[in-house]
Design a protein around this ligand. Structure first.
Ligand SMILES: [Zn+2]
Length: 195
């Protein structure tokens, strides 16, 4: 199902159409706007499937509009986008080093559209916020990121700046947890960085 459409509304505003599944809601939580579930999931279960656009980061506007079935939001390139991936409604996923979802390794690219699914990494209760580890899908936050992660987990590095900034040991530890497309992207970037 194609849930993601992109249209240029005018020369400096990209509009995204993206459909939020009815069992999820976008609302304010501890970390600002986030994604919450209205039903529970067992560890290993698929939580949702959606798609994003693969587009050079430089081509994104500073502010973009995202139109969903639950309302219209303005998103910022610096807060809601990372690397060359422009996400739909799930750009509102917040970070936690002890995340409760991750990519299922099933992504398929069709032109510039990338289809992917997220699975539960532990049991998730109705009402919980869905949380991801930004280092799983962002290579380099380019100086933005999170300066002081207060997730409280034992492995928290404090600063979340992207995969590139993790120690080699930590890169290896999470490499199998990140999606196929991002693993490919990260490997290319690591190669470029080594030169
Ligand atoms: Zn943390």
């Amino acid at each position: 199902m194609n849930t993601f459409e992109i249209n240029k509304l005018n020369s400096n505003l990209i509009g995204i159409k993206s459909i939020v599944p009815d069992f999820l809601e976008i609302k304010n939580g501890t970390y600002g706007l986030g994604i919450f579930t209205k039903k529970s999931f067992k560890k290993g279960e698929i939580v949702y499937s959606t798609n994003c656009l693969v587009i050079p980061y430089d081509e994104l506007n500073e502010e973009m509009k995202i139109r969903t079935n639950v309302g219209e939001f303005t998103i910022s390139k610096y807060i809601h986008c990372c690397d060359d991936f422009l996400y739909g409604w799930d750009c509102f996923l917040n970070h936690n080093c002890n995340s409760n979802i991750k990519d299922l390794d099933d992504n398929v690219k069709d032109g510039q559209i990338l289809f992917y699914s997220k699975i539960a990494t532990r049991d998730i209760e109705e009402g919980d916020e869905l949380l991801i580890n930004y280092n799983h899908f962002c290579f380099d936050f380019d100086g933005i990121g999170i300066f002081n992660c207060n997730c409280g987990c034992v492995n928290c590095p404090g600063e979340i700046k992207g995969f590139k900034y993790l120690s080699k040991d930590n890169q290896m530890k999470i490499f199998e947890e990140i999606s196929k497309e991002e693993r490919k992207y990260f490997l290319e970037k690591l190669k470029e960085n080594d030169i």
